[in-house]
Design a protein around this ligand. Structure first.
Ligand code: PLP
Length: 410
């Protein structure tokens, strides 16, 4: 397929630090400056070719935005039906938080139960199109599970290394997908070093660590496109995002800029808020210091395991997204996020992952400090299903024998 394909209007890749251009039709990792590469599209051509009405008539998956996705040949798309997740009103929790309008973008409904399926679908599809035979990555669990399963669907191999404390279900997902799986006594950075060393002996494999290849980000940016489309092509006042490696928040910011250039949305951009756990908050620290980059967060640990990233490669892009939109960064404790998780399930029937719960916990301090006003429309990204983290809930129901009776209520 040539670059003039009508399925994707991908034009080139660009270094996120220097702006240097790279060929998008050969396999690329990071730029010569060691920074993430960003996919760029011929947006004039997209504007002239596609309307928002055209998109409305397409299938409800993230591939409805295919002109601004990197896969050139539609036949190369590897899909399990990901995308177009619900944007649900949370009225009871909104009242409790003193807000008029609170919506939750619920990523628990995508294949593999977390938003990681978006990055995996687009990343694996493009890697296969470029001739990659296997993908290798360190992960906090959910991304590895998604990439292993999508790689299996693409007929590709995968090598996944994750901390031994990662959610056990994510190990099971990798194993059942046939991945070469390693558990590591350490954190995601240690897993990354092991993967880097193993790659030397696996020709045809690509390293697909967070932001070390350009296309995972493209899958994740579709959350931004969907929020706008689901709101009738406008943006909310504020978006809260549980931030680890930061791919989601960088992606939503990228989507916002693209949509404005396309003329698909106008007006003020939403303020982007990076929510982190107090046990691993490098972005919050850097934001508060006014720094352009983070410093490695010591002794990182939180129940919101997916956001345990002590030094994200794309920290400067996360900080840029927050500052450019007038947003902020905030940390909540594990106690607060687990309490919010339980309260949300009881109030709204939504069993969210601890990472998503961190955003609900952040509402109260954000409201109390005036960083969110009562009349503002707030969207929270619930990045995954609580069902993937059964260990966050201690079941204390009474155990009865078959001939016991359930006690009366009087
Ligand atoms: C459930 C969940 N939420 C959020 C994140 C953070 O993702 P990002 O890299 O977009 O910051 C992760 C990453 O592992 C995750 O698994």
């Amino acid at each position: 397929m040539t670059p003039s394909s009508a399925y994707s209007f991908l034009s080139h890749l660009e270094c996120s630090r220097t702006g240097e251009r790279y060929d998008a039709d050969v396999l690329q990792g990071t730029s010569a400056a060691g920074a993430p590469l960003l996919a760029r599209y011929d947006l004039d051509r997209v504007r002239a070719t596609v309307t928002r009405e055209d998109i409305a008539g397409r299938a409800p998956t993230l591939w409805r935005y295919h002109e601004v996705l990197p896969v050139r040949d539609e036949d190369r798309v590897v899909s399990l039906g990901e995308g177009m997740t619900p944007l649900l009103p949370m009225p009871a929790y909104a009242r409790r938080a003193g807000l008029d309008r609170l919506l939750m973008k619920d990523e628990s409904l995508v294949p593999t139960g977390t938003f990681k399926a978006r990055g995996a679908a687009v990343g694996v599809s493009r890697a296969a199109e470029l001739g990659v035979k296997g993908v290798a990555m360190p992960t906090n669990g959910n991304a590895g599970a998604a990439w292993a399963l999508y790689a299996a669907r693409a007929g590709m191999s995968s090598l996944i290394a994750m901390p031994q404390d990662a959610p056990p279900i994510t190990m099971a997902e990798c194993q059942i997908a046939g991945a070469e799986l390693y558990r590591v006594d350490g954190l995601i950075g240690d897993a990354g070093r092991l993967v880097g060393a193993a790659l030397g002996e696996r020709p045809g494999y690509q390293e697909v660590s967070t932001l070390k290849e350009p296309y995972r980000l493209e899958g994740k940016k579709t959350m931004g496109y969907e929020i706008a489309e689901q709101l009738g092509w406008r943006m909310p006042d504020v978006i809260l995002y549980p931030t680890g490696g930061g791919v989601g928040i960088i992606g939503i910011h990228k989507a916002l800029l693209e949509m404005r250039e396309l003329g698909w949305v106008d007006g003020e951009p939403p303020r982007l808020v990076a929510v982190q756990a107090a046990g691993c908050a490098p972005i919050v620290e850097a934001f508060e210091k006014g720094a352009r980059e983070s410093t490695p967060f010591p002794d990182a640990r939180t129940a919101a395991f997916g956001i345990t990233v002590p030094k994200p490669l794309g920290d400067f892009l996360v900080l840029e997204a927050i500052r450019a939109t007038g947003g902020t960064a905030i940390a909540v404790t594990d106690e607060e996020l687990l309490a919010a998780q339980a309260e949300l399930a009881a109030l709204e029937g939504a069993f969210v992952c601890p990472e998503g719960a961190a955003c609900f916990a952040a509402l109260e301090p954000l409201r109390a400090s005036g960083r969110i006003g009562p009349g503002e429309e707030v969207v929270i990204l619930n990045t995954g299903s609580g069902v993937k983290y059964p260990e966050t809930v201690r079941v204390d129901a009474p155990l009865l024998a078959g001939d016991d009776q359930i006690p009366g209520r009087g």
